[in-house]
Design a protein around this ligand. Structure first.
Ligand code: PMP
Length: 305
């Protein structure tokens, strides 16, 4: 089915028609994965469209760029304004935003100082892991692919090249008939999903894997940690062995795209009673409550378009 694209996109300082936002085939990023990006959601709230944790996402884009010595040619305020502009210009409400900065045309050496091109796209997006994922949960499997070791490629940077790993994990899972893949770190301990962080629940306590487990420390993960603690739910960051997946009372995956998705089974073994558990439901309530006003946003996470 042909993909429907929005009308407008922001590229290198200007809003232009989607089809005109092109780049050269010899751009550095296309060959070497040298891009950094963000995935951000905007929600329709009672006070109008709001971008969730826009400032934190833009900050992470700068951090990813710093790791790869990419000097972004725009200020954080300019990029935040670009995000707002593409939503407004396309007349979007709830949508997904994709700022990307990449090494463009200007040299083929691995350490070439190319220009840094920047674009921001936005498009409507529903639940990432399928229409019923949020309500009914998804099945997951442990991938035969491990995440890259911490001394190879930094998982804490959201760089294009990292997503070769995510593609192997996600495509294998789908090929085998699972909703999503979960990867182990090079230590053999749990890392994260192909594009999501993991929380396991034992006796009402949330356990999530640490930065040292080759994860992207997600902004949704941070949101859930904060909401849980505020609600009196204990959260611990710790190394977790694979078999804990099979023994957990509840498991959820989270991310900007995946939001808060319950996991029904792992490797064919049922988790809890095979539906979203009590803690997962509570976190969904608190998380989605941010967007309909049931959860008071005392952190200033909702940034108006
Ligand atoms: N891990 C990976 C590998 C991801 O791609 C994502 C999605 N950006 C996440 C975790 C979740 O991060 P966030 O909550 O900031 O979207």
């Amino acid at each position: 089915m042909a993909q429907q694209y929005p009308e407008w996109i922001w590229q290198n300082g200007e809003i232009k028609p989607w089809a005109q936002a092109t780049t050269h085939v010899m751009s550095h990023a296309l060959h070497y994965g040298s891009s950094v990006f963000e995935g951000i959601r905007s929600y329709a709230t009672p006070d109008g469209a709001a971008i969730f944790r826009l400032t934190d996402h833009i900050n992470r884009l700068y951090q990813s760029a710093k790791i790869y010595d990419m000097a972004l040619p725009y200020t954080a305020d300019e990029l935040a304004a670009a995000c707002r502009a593409v939503i407004k210009k396309n007349g979007l409400g709830a949508s997904y935003l994709r700022p990307v900065a990449y090494r463009g045309l200007g040299g083929f050496g691995l350490s070439a100082e190319t220009p840094i091109d920047v674009a921001v796209a936005a498009w409507p997006m529903g639940p990432y892991l399928g229409p019923e994922a949020l309500e009914n949960g998804i099945t997951a499997c442990v991938s035969s692919w491990q995440r890259f070791a911490p001394n190879t490629i930094p998982a804490g940077a959201k760089a294009g090249g990292n997503y070769l790993s995510g593609q192997l994990i996600a495509r294998e899972a789908r090929r085998l008939g699972f909703g999503e893949g979960i990867a182990l770190a090079s230590s053999g301990l749990l890392s994260e999903g192909a594009g999501e962080n993991l929380f396991l629940v034992f006796d009402g306590v949330l356990h999530t894997t640490p930065a040292s487990a080759s994860i992207l420390t997600g902004i949704t993960r941070d949101t859930l940690k904060t909401l849980a603690r505020e609600d009196g739910i204990e959260v611990v960051e710790r190394d977790l062995p694979r078999e804990y997946l099979y023994l957990a009372d509840e498991i959820l995956m989270c991310g900007t795209a995946a939001e808060v998705t319950p996991i029904r089974s792992v490797d064919g073994k049922q988790i809890g009673n095979g539906t979203a558990g009590r803690v997962t439901r509570r976190l969904q309530e608190l998380f989605f409550g941010l967007f309909d006003g049931r959860t008071h946003d005392k952190w200033g996470w909702l940034e108006q378009v």
